[in-house]
Design a binder for this molecule. Sequence first.
Ligand code: GLU
Length: 302
Amino acid sequence: MTAGRFAPSPTGPLHFGSLVAAVGSWLFARSAGLAWLVRMEDLDQPRVVPGATEQILAALALYGLVPDGPVLVQSQRTALYEEALARLRDAGLAYDCACSRAEIARAASAPAAGDPVDAEGPVYPGTCRAGIPPGRVARAVRFRVPQGIFCFRDAIHGAVEEDVSLRVGDFVVKRADGLFAYQLAVVVDDAAQGVSQVVRGADLLSSTARQIALQRALSLSEPSYAHLPLVLTPEGRKLGKREGALPLPTLDPARVRTTLGAALSVLGQEAAGDSPREMLGHALHRFDSGRIPRTPVLQEVP
Ligand code: GLU
């Protein structure tokens, strides 16, 4: 296990928020003497934008970020996810589910006081845990989440614990549309790529316990984790493609430098140098993960 990684979804060009994740993962990997890998998370094919993969890799290179190994593409790895799913099924840890979203929402619509409500939807009520009700057809496949608390240490956020069975419930590993879910693919690929260090945006902090549950069920090693601050728009929303984040500048070298400097500053690191490579080298030399903020950062995007 010897690598860190950056795992963008090729649903559009790289924007400032993803540059922060790329630079942060690169700094963590390099400062630990690890390789830095890139993986294209293109499982959600309906959202994939043709040409975005090449555009992202070209933009990363302009910012001085060149992966140390082949770029792995998730849509080409279905056989591996199928195999992991078969292992879960054989162990009795995955089951077919016939429920629609609307049914789950209805079943969970009368939460008792104090019931947790997951930001990503209601907790799965376990309807199909003991088998699909007669007359119904299998739609998705769910992971049977073990009861109990999953704990991990995040390099930025400290100790994190979560009872996945209470907060999320049995979650989907293969979707009703036949696509493998992010949670399963990320765990299988991190293990296959020898990823020992996962550094990414804080929006995925709430996915980590689910991923650890899957790593344990599949007997995979557990990487270390660091969740980087999100960048907020002036309206206080997470900067992302849905907020209409602009593509990173790539044509004007001065703007590339300013943008890279702003990404380093979001991470609390020093920016100095005449080229992206020099700037990254300088930041790496002085890298101090203790200066990375825990809370989202309001940053004007250059
Ligand atoms: N593909 C995910 C994203 O673009 C990141 C997944 C990860 O780093 O684990 O948000």
